[in-house]
Design a protein around this ligand. Structure first.
Ligand SMILES: *Cc1c(COP(=O)(O)O)cnc(C)c1O
Length: 422
């Protein structure tokens, strides 16, 4: 076991990594003369080297072609959002017509709920996880109120077990208890604080059996887990692209609408970019949505914001989600093994141990309590090992398989050991 704690072991594992060439495709943040050990790809993914060229292409096109840029060349702005559609569909396991890059995550959650949260007096409620990312809770609570219902009774927050985790049993029990009152089940793909991953198909089956619509927030799942969104049968999903998808701060977000809703007459907040593409520029007064996820767009998209996503998706398409997941399981497994075998006296792992119940991230608690946790977190950062801190007491470490290495993971473990032994 202890030979895992050597440079030799990490170097050999990295040399055998079929995805090792991808690290050079990213700008690695510096720490003095060396690269930072960056474990925050779940918060802001690193910049792909190809992003600058994609942004410059747009700036050049704007400079030279101005309004004609909408209609000229392969990357014309009229259809620019669809350039990312096919690759994005591949990353999330959807059909091309089921996904669209638009808006921001929380905005997409709201806009899709216009159609997919239709509360009635008998079925007013939304079921979500307790301890959700605050933006999701704010969005859902405000939607319940907007429809004239009371979050105290109609926003049902499922409590996790004593270990902070849910597991399918807890979810199944909650859906069974509240099923007859549920309009919507809105669940994360990966819980942001604990790193617990969920079986989307199983949750969808339970929600549908109870008569509810089922949607997912995949902020921490997209580009992390090998999703099969179409087959999961989820009604809709939303996510952002600045975490594992490496598309830059506040990047344009994503949305999925299942093919069976492609021509839905559910209500929506319409805009011209969601209008039937064939007749959009006839500028008629009556909204006729284009089928599929594209029909949920409102405005013409921010092309400069979409440009880096193309560079990132090229890398994901090249690497392929199955290979990325295989490396991710190996890297996170290595991190877990080093902690359990060498640092068990310092760190408690919050995230489930079964690979099927987690993605890249391990959430860690320092055994000495919150103050010790903060002290370790700050010491790591001062030594070029960057994770992030989530209140009240969690350090999140997320080895991203596109650019992190076994050597990075070993650096983390050594830095923790040094802090403990100091
Ligand atoms: C990162 C994250 C957000 C952020 O929302 P934005 O609208 O992109 O600012 C929301 N929800 C979850 C679950 C997240 O992980």
């Amino acid at each position: 076991m202890s030979d895992l704690f050597t440079d030799d072991y990490a170097a050999t594992a990295d040399a055998a990594d079929p995805l090792q060439r991808f690290r050079a495709q990213f700008h690695m943040p510096r720490f003095g003369d060396v690269e930072q050990a960056y474990f925050v790809g779940n918060s802001l993914g690193l910049q792909p080297r190809g992003a600058r060229a994609q942004v410059e292409d747009v700036l050049d096109k704007w400079a030279m072609e101005a309004v004609e840029g909408h209609f000229r060349g392969n990357s014309q702005w009229m259809t620019y959002h669809s350039l990312v559609g096919a690759q994005l569909a591949g990353v999330v396991g959807a059909q091309p017509g089921e996904v669209v890059a638009m808006n921001s995550l929380t905005a997409n959650l709201h806009f899709l709920m216009v159609g997919f949260y239709r509360p009635t007096a008998e079925r007013p409620a939304i079921l979500m996880e307790a301890g959700a990312f605050p933006s999701d809770r704010y969005a859902l609570e405000s939607q319940v109120r907007f429809h004239g219902f009371d979050p105290a009774t109609d926003l049902i927050e499922v409590q996790p077990g004593a270990d902070g985790l849910f597991g399918m049993e807890t979810i199944a029990e909650a859906i069974q208890t509240h099923g007859h009152r549920l309009a919507l089940v809105l669940w994360p793909g990966v819980q942001y604080r604990t790193g617990e991953a969920f079986d989307l198909a199983a949750i969808t089956r339970l929600g549908h059996a109870a008569g509810a619509v089922v949607g997912f927030d995949l902020a921490h799942a997209v580009g992390n887990l090998p999703l099969q969104l179409h087959d999961s049968d989820a009604d809709f999903a939303v996510w952002c692209h600045y975490k594992y998808l490496n598309s830059g701060p506040g990047a344009v977000a994503g949305a999925f609408v299942h093919a069976r809703h492609a021509s839905t007459d559910r209500p929506r907040f319409a805009g011209w970019w969601g209008h039937d593409q064939a007749t959009r520029f006839q500028m008629g007064p009556e909204f006729r949505p284009t089928p599929g996820a594209d029909g949920w767009q409102q405005s013409n998209p921010p092309i400069l914001g979409l440009a880096p996503l193309r560079a990132s998706l090229d890398l994901f398409t090249d690497a392929g989600m199955p290979a990325l997941r295989a490396k991710s399981e190996a890297l996170t497994g290595y991190l877990e093994t080093l902690i359990r075998s060498q640092l068990d006296d310092v760190l408690d792992i919050v995230t489930p141990s079964e690979p099927a119940r987690r993605g890249a991230q391990l959430s860690l608690r320092v055994r000495g309590g919150r103050d010790q946790g903060r002290a370790l977190f700050e010491d790591l950062a001062a030594n070029g090992v960057l994770g992030d801190w989530r209140e009240p007491d969690v350090i999140r470490i997320s080895p991203a398989p596109l650019y992190n290495t076994h050597a990075d993971v070993l650096r983390f473990a050594r830095a923790v050991a040094r802090w403990r032994d100091a």
